[in-house]
Ligand binder design. Structure first.
Ligand code: UDP
Length: 448
């Protein structure tokens, strides 16, 4: 049987390190500018006024009122990657809006080599509950790159927002380089590996402000002000703009989807916590009841995720050449527009995660009024009311059963899809997130 992986890319694990280097080079070619070792990410422009018809005039006025006293404030966002995953997604849309309301906002990506990203990937997994802690050498590598980046970081920032654990140690190393420090955690810290959180805590506990998606993610021992703020999606980004059904169908057809047959789709990185293997199992079970359905697994590869290619290969292997399982990634030219097309065209959208900090793909799916099925974990239940705006599931079997219900009853799918959109409009669109950041910046006590 012929493999359904479009332009198959299968890599030995030894090639993984090369890939992260290639992605870094690609990011540079794409225009990311080197400033010493940290890289400044070039940003597009956005106007807050364009969102008024979507989120309402009151929120726009509130944002302008909050931003006015902060005009010209120098705000730095520090993160580990400008490509792949939710953090990059959020910053590409949030920063242009911060600039539009008068802040002097910038985004820099820290420098790291393979050993750093191996350590931070292990840290990410351990903090989400994996049994192994980092090795002593990995902790040393993590600290070494934090020291390098701290040294190179320029000073004079009014606010420095540090995203996730990768650069978390920087504040304690150079507190004088910013007047305010905020640690923004994007991952699920509800059941961390105890050794890992114990070793990380001294580096995050002293942040005067921290931001978590949910209260249950806040580790015991945070000393500053803790804010609970979930992230958001940009309704005007190419990924979420309204597409006509014909446009979405036309794009999916170009990627080998038979647009006359039903399509089930999961958009997410190739990561064990996203459970693409479970999605394949669930798809196979559903296909026993509804023959002829197809599955698309669409996943971008992040430059700070050396495990991604290994797991991509494992997913391809699990699909075993099934021609109705389409495995696509950004190396097959699947960018934002294509993700939008797949999300808009699919009959069922899945995010069958077993751990999920928030899951932007959930709001993205619901915003497109598609029927959604998600793992009952992390930030997913925040976005979906079970049985009202989608379904929450705990196993491949239940996922398959819900898939079959939706596919057999298109009216049910349409009803579920429509019900969630107002919830996303109210709670999970970028202007609300911008408002919350402005409030935090206005209230954060300066460190120095
Ligand atoms: N994404 C993408 N292309 C892909 C896979 C994912 O653009 O092939 C995007 C997805 O649309 C979402 C983000 O990457 O905006 C993933 O964010 P999420 O919070 O769902 O998960 P994370 O990767 O941060 O764990």
């Amino acid at each position: 049987m012929e493999a359904a992986v479009e332009h198959p890319i299968s890599l030995a694990p030894t090639a993984v390190c090369q890939i992260s280097r290639i992605l870094t080079v690609l990011a540079r070619v794409a225009g990311i500018v080197a400033t010493n070792m940290l890289q400044t990410v070039p940003l597009g422009t956005k106007q807050l006024a364009d969102y008024a018809s979507i989120v309402g005039r009151d929120l726009i006025d509130e944002i302008h009122a909050l931003a006015k006293p902060m005009e010209g404030r120098k705000v730095l966002h520090l993160s580990a990657t400008a490509y792949g995953g939710g953090v990059a997604e959020i910053l590409y849309t949030l920063l242009p809006l911060m600039r539009d309301v008068g802040l002097d906002a910038e985004w820099q990506v820290i420098y790291g080599q393979d050993e750093f990203f191996s350590a931070t990937k292990q840290m990410h997994n351990s903090l989400q509950g994996a049994p192994d802690d980092l090795t002593p050498q990995q902790w040393t590598d993590w600290m070494h790159y934090n020291e390098l980046n701290a040294k190179e970081l320029s000073g004079g920032w009014d606010t420095c927002i540090v995203h996730d654990p990768q650069p978390a140690a920087i504040m304690n190393l150079v507190p004088q380089k910013a007047s305010q420090w905020v640690w923004r955690c994007h991952i699920d810290l509800s059941t961390p590996n105890p050794d890992t959180i114990r070793q990380l805590l001294p580096h995050i506990a002293d942040y005067p402000q921290s931001v978590f998606h949910m209260q249950q993610y806040v580790p015991v021992g945070m000393k500053g002000t803790v804010n609970i703020v979930p992230p958001a999606i940009d309704p005007l980004a190419p990924k979420n703009m309204a597409f006509s059904p014909d446009e979405a169908t036309y794009i999916c057809h170009q990627f080998g989807i038979d647009v006359e047959r039903p399509l089930v789709c999961q958009v997410s990185r190739f990561d064990p916590w996203k459970d693409p293997l479970g999605v394949i199992d669930s798809f196979r079970l559903a296909r026993e009841e509804v023959p002829g359905i197809q599955l698309a697994l669409v996943g971008s590869m992040a430059s700070d995720d050396p495990e991604g290619w290994e797991f991509f290969n494992a997913t391809v292997e699990h699909a075993a050449g099934d021609p109705d399982i389409h495995i696509l990634n950004n190396f097959n030219n699947v960018g934002a527009i294509e993700v939008n097309a797949f999300q808009s065209h699919s009959d069922v959208l899945i995010q069958k995660s077993t751990r999920e900090g928030f899951g932007l793909t959930v709001s993205e799916a619901i915003w497109k009024s598609r029927p959604f099925i998600g793992g009952n974990v992390g930030g997913i239940p925040l976005q979906v009311e079970d049985g009202v705006s989608g379904y929450l599931v705990d196993s491949a079997e239940t996922c398959a059963q819900r898939t079959v219900e939706i596919l057999r009853d298109p009216e049910l799918g349409a009803k579920l899809g429509k019900a969630g959109k107002e919830h996303v409009r109210k709670h999970f669109l970028t202007p609300r997130l911008l408002r919350d950041w402005l409030k935090i910046m206005a209230e954060a006590p300066p460190t120095t």
